[in-house]
Write a protein that binds this ligand. Structure first.
Ligand SMILES: [Zn+2]
Ligand SMILES: [Zn+2]
Length: 265
Protein backbone atom coordinates (compact mmCIF):
# COMPACT_ATOMS: atom_id res chain seq x y z
CA UNK A 1 0.00 0.00 0.00
CA UNK A 2 1.17 3.52 -0.79
CA UNK A 3 0.26 6.01 1.92
CA UNK A 4 1.45 9.48 2.80
CA UNK A 5 0.63 11.15 6.10
CA UNK A 6 2.62 14.36 5.65
CA UNK A 7 0.71 16.93 3.60
CA UNK A 8 0.19 20.67 4.08
CA UNK A 9 -2.40 23.20 2.96
CA UNK A 10 -2.07 26.92 2.15
CA UNK A 11 -3.24 27.81 5.67
CA UNK A 12 0.38 27.51 6.79
CA UNK A 13 1.25 30.47 4.51
CA UNK A 14 4.06 28.61 2.72
CA UNK A 15 2.21 25.90 0.78
CA UNK A 16 0.12 26.03 -2.39
CA UNK A 17 -2.76 23.98 -3.80
CA UNK A 18 -6.25 23.20 -2.58
CA UNK A 19 -7.11 20.10 -0.55
CA UNK A 20 -8.88 18.85 -3.68
CA UNK A 21 -5.68 19.27 -5.74
CA UNK A 22 -3.64 17.35 -3.17
CA UNK A 23 -6.24 14.56 -3.20
CA UNK A 24 -6.26 14.36 -6.99
CA UNK A 25 -2.46 14.31 -7.20
CA UNK A 26 -2.28 11.59 -4.56
CA UNK A 27 -4.90 9.41 -6.22
CA UNK A 28 -3.27 9.82 -9.64
CA UNK A 29 0.14 8.96 -8.18
CA UNK A 30 -1.20 5.68 -6.82
CA UNK A 31 -1.64 6.59 -3.16
CA UNK A 32 -4.45 4.79 -1.34
CA UNK A 33 -4.19 6.94 1.76
CA UNK A 34 -3.57 10.67 2.09
CA UNK A 35 -3.13 12.24 5.50
CA UNK A 36 -3.28 16.01 5.88
CA UNK A 37 -0.89 17.25 8.55
CA UNK A 38 -0.69 21.01 8.31
CA UNK A 39 1.48 22.98 10.76
CA UNK A 40 -0.55 23.27 13.93
CA UNK A 41 -1.67 26.60 15.38
CA UNK A 42 -0.51 27.60 18.85
CA UNK A 43 -2.48 29.82 21.23
CA UNK A 44 0.54 32.04 22.00
CA UNK A 45 0.24 33.66 25.39
CA UNK A 46 2.68 36.41 24.41
CA UNK A 47 0.70 37.60 21.42
CA UNK A 48 3.36 36.28 19.06
CA UNK A 49 2.11 35.85 15.48
CA UNK A 50 3.65 33.04 13.45
CA UNK A 51 4.08 33.38 9.72
CA UNK A 52 4.47 29.65 9.09
CA UNK A 53 1.24 28.19 10.42
CA UNK A 54 -2.52 28.67 10.57
CA UNK A 55 -4.11 30.67 13.36
CA UNK A 56 -6.31 29.05 16.00
CA UNK A 57 -9.28 30.75 14.32
CA UNK A 58 -8.57 28.78 11.14
CA UNK A 59 -8.69 25.39 12.82
CA UNK A 60 -12.41 24.75 12.24
CA UNK A 61 -12.04 25.60 8.56
CA UNK A 62 -9.12 23.18 8.23
CA UNK A 63 -11.09 20.35 9.84
CA UNK A 64 -14.13 21.06 7.67
CA UNK A 65 -12.07 21.21 4.47
CA UNK A 66 -10.38 17.85 5.14
CA UNK A 67 -13.73 16.27 6.02
CA UNK A 68 -15.10 17.59 2.74
CA UNK A 69 -12.37 15.98 0.60
CA UNK A 70 -12.69 12.82 2.66
CA UNK A 71 -16.34 12.59 1.61
CA UNK A 72 -15.72 13.61 -1.98
CA UNK A 73 -13.00 11.00 -2.46
CA UNK A 74 -14.64 8.18 -0.48
CA UNK A 75 -14.10 4.86 -2.24
CA UNK A 76 -11.12 6.20 -4.24
CA UNK A 77 -8.78 7.63 -1.60
CA UNK A 78 -8.78 7.33 2.17
CA UNK A 79 -8.24 10.78 3.65
CA UNK A 80 -6.96 11.26 7.20
CA UNK A 81 -6.93 14.33 9.40
CA UNK A 82 -3.76 15.11 11.28
CA UNK A 83 -1.30 17.85 12.12
CA UNK A 84 2.40 18.40 12.28
CA UNK A 85 3.14 19.74 15.76
CA UNK A 86 6.19 20.59 17.81
CA UNK A 87 6.48 19.42 21.38
CA UNK A 88 6.19 22.36 23.74
CA UNK A 89 5.46 21.21 27.30
CA UNK A 90 3.31 24.27 28.03
CA UNK A 91 0.96 23.55 25.16
CA UNK A 92 0.37 19.82 25.44
CA UNK A 93 -3.19 20.45 26.65
CA UNK A 94 -3.82 22.40 23.47
CA UNK A 95 -2.86 19.32 21.44
CA UNK A 96 -5.21 17.21 23.56
CA UNK A 97 -8.03 19.69 22.96
CA UNK A 98 -7.49 19.65 19.19
CA UNK A 99 -7.57 15.87 19.31
CA UNK A 100 -10.98 16.09 20.95
CA UNK A 101 -12.03 18.42 18.13
CA UNK A 102 -11.20 15.74 15.57
CA UNK A 103 -7.45 15.81 14.86
CA UNK A 104 -6.69 12.09 14.57
CA UNK A 105 -2.89 12.10 14.63
CA UNK A 106 0.17 14.27 15.16
CA UNK A 107 3.55 14.17 13.49
CA UNK A 108 6.27 15.43 15.80
CA UNK A 109 8.06 18.09 13.75
CA UNK A 110 10.35 19.94 16.15
CA UNK A 111 11.13 22.95 13.96
CA UNK A 112 11.91 25.30 16.84
CA UNK A 113 13.29 24.93 20.34
CA UNK A 114 10.64 27.23 21.85
CA UNK A 115 7.09 28.04 20.90
CA UNK A 116 7.96 31.59 19.79
CA UNK A 117 9.97 31.09 16.63
CA UNK A 118 12.34 34.02 16.86
CA UNK A 119 15.65 33.91 14.98
CA UNK A 120 18.05 31.65 16.83
CA UNK A 121 15.18 29.58 18.20
CA UNK A 122 14.89 27.49 15.07
CA UNK A 123 16.21 24.01 15.69
CA UNK A 124 18.49 24.11 12.68
CA UNK A 125 20.07 27.40 13.77
CA UNK A 126 20.40 26.46 17.43
CA UNK A 127 22.03 23.12 16.55
CA UNK A 128 24.32 24.43 13.81
CA UNK A 129 27.29 24.80 16.18
CA UNK A 130 26.09 24.08 19.67
CA UNK A 131 26.26 20.49 20.96
CA UNK A 132 24.16 21.29 24.04
CA UNK A 133 21.32 22.35 21.76
CA UNK A 134 21.68 19.09 19.85
CA UNK A 135 21.17 17.12 23.06
CA UNK A 136 18.37 19.43 24.18
CA UNK A 137 16.66 18.77 20.86
CA UNK A 138 16.97 15.01 21.42
CA UNK A 139 15.55 15.39 24.92
CA UNK A 140 12.54 17.31 23.66
CA UNK A 141 11.89 14.53 21.12
CA UNK A 142 12.18 11.98 23.92
CA UNK A 143 9.77 13.83 26.19
CA UNK A 144 7.41 14.55 23.33
CA UNK A 145 7.24 10.97 22.12
CA UNK A 146 6.60 9.79 25.68
CA UNK A 147 3.41 11.87 25.86
CA UNK A 148 1.93 9.23 23.56
CA UNK A 149 0.40 12.01 21.44
CA UNK A 150 2.56 11.55 18.35
CA UNK A 151 2.28 8.85 15.70
CA UNK A 152 5.67 9.53 14.11
CA UNK A 153 8.76 11.73 14.36
CA UNK A 154 8.93 13.86 11.20
CA UNK A 155 12.41 14.66 9.83
CA UNK A 156 14.24 13.44 12.99
CA UNK A 157 17.46 14.77 11.45
CA UNK A 158 16.25 18.40 11.29
CA UNK A 159 18.88 19.25 13.94
CA UNK A 160 21.58 18.61 11.32
CA UNK A 161 20.07 20.83 8.68
CA UNK A 162 22.66 23.59 9.00
CA UNK A 163 25.56 21.52 10.29
CA UNK A 164 28.36 20.87 7.85
CA UNK A 165 28.71 17.09 7.30
CA UNK A 166 32.17 17.04 8.92
CA UNK A 167 30.60 18.25 12.17
CA UNK A 168 28.49 15.10 12.60
CA UNK A 169 30.16 14.43 15.93
CA UNK A 170 29.59 12.38 19.06
CA UNK A 171 26.78 14.68 20.27
CA UNK A 172 24.99 14.17 16.96
CA UNK A 173 25.35 10.41 17.35
CA UNK A 174 24.11 10.60 20.93
CA UNK A 175 21.03 12.53 19.75
CA UNK A 176 20.36 9.91 17.07
CA UNK A 177 20.68 7.17 19.73
CA UNK A 178 18.16 8.88 22.03
CA UNK A 179 15.68 9.43 19.21
CA UNK A 180 15.95 5.81 18.06
CA UNK A 181 15.63 4.46 21.58
CA UNK A 182 12.47 6.37 22.45
CA UNK A 183 10.83 5.55 19.12
CA UNK A 184 11.56 1.87 19.69
CA UNK A 185 10.28 2.13 23.27
CA UNK A 186 7.02 3.78 22.17
CA UNK A 187 6.80 1.81 18.92
CA UNK A 188 6.52 4.72 16.52
CA UNK A 189 8.49 5.27 13.31
CA UNK A 190 10.88 8.00 12.24
CA UNK A 191 10.20 9.70 8.94
CA UNK A 192 12.41 9.85 5.86
CA UNK A 193 11.41 13.21 4.41
CA UNK A 194 11.00 13.60 0.64
CA UNK A 195 10.66 17.38 0.60
CA UNK A 196 14.12 17.51 2.11
CA UNK A 197 15.39 14.91 -0.33
CA UNK A 198 14.18 17.11 -3.19
CA UNK A 199 16.01 20.11 -1.63
CA UNK A 200 19.21 18.07 -1.41
CA UNK A 201 18.91 17.06 -5.04
CA UNK A 202 18.44 20.67 -6.01
CA UNK A 203 21.69 21.60 -4.28
CA UNK A 204 20.86 22.37 -0.64
CA UNK A 205 23.41 19.81 0.41
CA UNK A 206 22.99 20.12 4.20
CA UNK A 207 19.27 19.48 4.13
CA UNK A 208 17.72 16.37 5.67
CA UNK A 209 17.68 13.42 5.02
CA UNK A 210 21.31 13.59 6.16
CA UNK A 211 23.21 10.50 4.93
CA UNK A 212 25.48 10.29 8.01
CA UNK A 213 22.43 10.31 10.28
CA UNK A 214 20.64 7.50 8.46
CA UNK A 215 23.81 5.49 8.14
CA UNK A 216 24.43 5.84 11.87
CA UNK A 217 20.78 5.23 12.80
CA UNK A 218 20.75 1.91 10.95
CA UNK A 219 22.42 0.23 13.95
CA UNK A 220 19.00 0.52 15.66
CA UNK A 221 15.93 -1.53 14.82
CA UNK A 222 13.84 1.61 14.63
CA UNK A 223 10.89 1.57 12.25
CA UNK A 224 10.74 4.07 9.42
CA UNK A 225 8.11 5.58 7.15
CA UNK A 226 8.37 7.80 4.10
CA UNK A 227 6.77 11.23 4.34
CA UNK A 228 6.29 13.37 1.24
CA UNK A 229 5.88 16.60 3.28
CA UNK A 230 3.98 18.03 0.33
CA UNK A 231 3.71 21.82 0.34
CA UNK A 232 2.69 21.57 -3.32
CA UNK A 233 0.56 18.82 -4.90
CA UNK A 234 3.28 18.22 -7.52
CA UNK A 235 5.56 16.62 -4.91
CA UNK A 236 3.07 13.76 -4.50
CA UNK A 237 3.63 12.87 -8.15
CA UNK A 238 7.40 12.47 -7.74
CA UNK A 239 7.73 8.70 -8.08
CA UNK A 240 11.51 9.14 -8.39
CA UNK A 241 11.78 10.58 -4.87
CA UNK A 242 9.52 7.90 -3.44
CA UNK A 243 11.63 5.18 -5.03
CA UNK A 244 14.88 6.73 -3.86
CA UNK A 245 13.54 6.93 -0.30
CA UNK A 246 12.47 3.32 -0.40
CA UNK A 247 15.81 2.20 -1.89
CA UNK A 248 17.84 4.16 0.67
CA UNK A 249 15.93 2.79 3.66
CA UNK A 250 15.84 -0.82 2.50
CA UNK A 251 19.51 -0.82 1.52
CA UNK A 252 20.35 0.32 5.07
CA UNK A 253 18.26 -2.55 6.45
CA UNK A 254 15.38 -0.50 7.88
CA UNK A 255 11.86 -1.78 8.17
CA UNK A 256 9.65 0.64 6.20
CA UNK A 257 6.05 0.92 7.44
CA UNK A 258 3.32 1.52 4.89
CA UNK A 259 0.93 3.14 7.37
CA UNK A 260 0.43 4.85 10.71
CA UNK A 261 -2.21 3.58 13.15
CA UNK A 262 -4.67 6.31 12.27
CA UNK A 263 -8.44 6.46 11.97
CA UNK A 264 -9.64 5.97 8.42
CA UNK A 265 -6.66 3.95 7.16
ZN1 LIG B 1 6.12 23.61 6.20
ZN1 LIG C 1 5.74 19.15 7.16
Amino acid sequence: MKANFHTHTPRCQHASGTEEEYARAAAEAGFEVLGFSDHCPWPYRTGYVSRIRMTCEELDGYIAAVHRVREEWAGRLRVCLGMEAEYYPDYVDHLRRMRDQGIDYYLLGQHAMNSEEYPGQWTASACEEDDDSVLRFADSITEGVRTGLYACVAHPDIYLRRRPPERFNRACEEAADRIAQVCIEQNIPVEFNLLGLDCRKRGESNCYPVPAFWQYLSRWKVKTIIGVDAHDPALLRRADLWQEGMDTLTSLGFEVLDRLPVKGV
